[in-house]
Design a protein around this ligand. Structure first.
Ligand code: ATP
Ligand code: MG
Length: 544
């Protein structure tokens, strides 16, 4: 197999050479079902699933549900929908809580080996005894309890004899270790709380650093991929599996840098607060970095997978420019979607020399880059709508679009000259009186003269009203560079579209000519309510 620039793949290839796992590769994606997945999780999902696929291995979806909380079916459903939507299939769907018995037996094993003890220190005392980076910790006075006493006390903990926090089970490792995680970490705590899966069976629950390696080992995971914060926990991961000693080829933990993205946040807690206090519509608000939000915004799974591929995996934390994600979706949509004429901030144009009752059908290409996508016909008549940004009464320098006295090309139709601005009593623009030159019809081969500006238009008689939701960034940096919620993150406007847009279905994507890529909103779009979300604008600020 070719040398890979993905360091995780290099590790696997080495393991395959030495036969460490008998050429087996098994990974897992282990979400805690306490929120919706976001683009950072997508990176982990793509990495785990694509790695398994590349080496003909397996990847499990495992819920990391070792905390006794009520199961939230909404989160579970969303996680599964998101993983599938991204295009992956898990080998098995598993629950960490199914391994509670095995984890308990593992703890007994450690106690019997003199590698774990019941400690009566309070949480505060444990913290105090732990020491600092500069100073070693202090041994607990309960550290040297006999195996028999520990077995008895741990059994009593399980039976519910003690209150929350009264006792814990700790690994007996080294209070002077330079790695604070190895200073007799707590591996079991008491919590008199019902668990969605095991009900009231347990009142002691394993801690993450103890539970996770066991979950991996039980499932036969070979490469347990996690984010960099866990690098200092790896010695404990290895310790747990080595000291319990039940597995011949225990899994290995491999850390990579988590994804951070500009102009958004990836903290589940922060995102949940935005939903709970109504700052955003819901978890799938199109501004959210959640998979559900990106989907509703109009992102494609292909674009997200491409993005995850391009950012690659690294050992160093960094901040990825959201412009790269936007670039990926433009690249994907550019050759896939048809274009439509849509007018924002509409201004009425009257072609004064065009017959009142005439309508011509103009041919317009569906996708400039893909001629095979053919043409559509668009009606053109005396009254049209043009975009507010395509007219300036007093043009600024180098403005080549419509202004009094100027001639422009109406894309796919005629050359049009603006002659007069007609105003309402309040001074606002009522309409523009223009004339067309019949000689210049698009496709006629007219070469008499050139014009600098080309604009798009919509026939007023047949136009359909549309609601356009233009999204900006969820977060913007303040003066100190700290991300703050952007109160102007959505702008909702009404516009007009060519009649073909009324035939769209929810979820259909288009390029709104000269504006950007848009999707018919999954939830709000209907035949009488044409609501579109801007996926991304057309210009790219992404530089390679
Ligand atoms: P928390 O544990 O605080 O609820 P979390 O973001 O760690 O939040 P998990 O459900 O535990 O959420 O994460 C599942 C997997 O996704 C973990 O393996 C984690 O390492 C990975 N992950 C989470 N955030 C990112 C990120 N920003 N980039 C890459 N991987 C991530
Ligand atoms: Mg986590």
């Amino acid at each position: 197999m070719a040398e890979s620039n993905n360091f995780i793949h290099s590790i696997i290839e080495k393991d395959n050479e030495t036969g460490k796992y008998g050429n087996k590769v098994c990974t897992r994606f282990p979400p805690e079902p306490n929120g919706y997945l976001h683009i950072g999780h997508a990176k982990s999902i793509c990495l785990n699933f694509s790695t398994a696929k590349k080496y003909g291995g397996k990847c499990n979806l495992r819920y990391d549900d070792t905390n006794p909380v009520k199961e939230d079916i909404e989160y579970i459903n969303s996680i599964e929908a998101d993983v599938k939507w991204l295009g992956w299939e898990w080998d098995e769907r598993l629950w960490a809580s199914d391994y509670f018995d095995k984890m308990y037996e593992g703890a007994i094993e450690l106690i019997k080996k003199g590698k774990a003890y019941v400690c009566d220190l309070s949480a505060d005392e444990i913290k105090e005894y732990r020491g600092t980076l500069k100073e070693p910790g202090k041994e607990s006075p309960y550290r040297n309890r006999s195996v028999e006493e520990n077995l008895k006390l741990f059994e009593e903990m399980r039976e519910g004899k003690y209150a929350d926090g009264e006792k814990v089970l700790r690994a007996k490792i080294d209070m002077a270790s330079s790695n604070i995680n190895m200073r007799d970490p707590v591996i079991y705590r008491i919590a008199h709380a019902a668990h969605h899966n095991t009900g009231d069976k347990w009142c002691i629950y394993p801690m993450y650093d103890y539970a996770h390696p066991i979950e991996d080992a039980i499932e036969g995971i070979t490469h347990s991929i996690c984010t960099l914060e866990f690098e200092d926990h790896r010695p404990l991961y290895d310790w747990v599996l080595r000291e319990i000693g039940w597995w011949e080829n225990p899994p290995q933990q491999i850390e990579f840098a988590r994804l951070n993205l500009t102009n958004t946040v990836m903290s589940k807690r922060y995102l949940k607060a935005l939903v709970d206090d109504g700052t955003v519509e819901a978890w799938d608000d199109p501004r959210m970095p959640t998979i559900a939000g990106l989907r509703r915004r109009g992102y494609t799974p292909e674009a997200i997978r491409d993005f995850c591929e391009r950012i690659g995996v690294s050992k160093a934390n960094s901040l990825v420019d959201v412009a790269l994600l936007e670039h990926c979706v433009r690249e994907d949509l550019k050759t896939r979607v048809e274009s439509r004429n849509v007018i924002e901030k509409p201004i009425k144009v009257i072609i004064t020399n065009y017959p009142e009752d005439k309508t011509e059908m103009m041919e317009i290409e569906n996708n400039k880059e893909v001629p095979e996508m053919g043409n559509r016909t668009v009606p053109f008549s005396r009254e049209l709508w043009v975009d507010g940004d395509d007219f300036q009464e007093v043009p600024e320098k180098k403005y080549f679009r419509l202004f009094p006295g100027n001639e422009v090309r109406f894309k796919g139709a005629y050359f049009i000259t603006c002659n007069q601005v007609v105003k309402n009593e309040d001074g606002s623009i009522k309409e523009l009186h223009c004339t067309y030159d019949p000689e210049t019809r698009s496709g006629s081969g007219f070469e008499g003269r050139k014009v600098k500006g080309t604009i798009h238009w919509v026939d007023a008689k047949t136009a359909v009203p549309v609601t356009i939701r233009n999204y900006g960034y969820l977060m913007l940096p303040d003066e100190e560079g700290n991300n703050q919620f952007n109160p102007d993150s959505v702008e909702i406007t009404q516009g007009y579209a060519e009649p073909a847009l009324a035939d769209a279905n929810a979820g259909d994507r288009f390029q709104f000519f000269r504006h950007g890529y848009y999707i018919a909103d999954e939830k709000l779009f209907s035949k009488d309510n044409l609501v579109f979300n801007r996926i991304v604008d057309l210009k790219s600020s992404w530089k390679k």
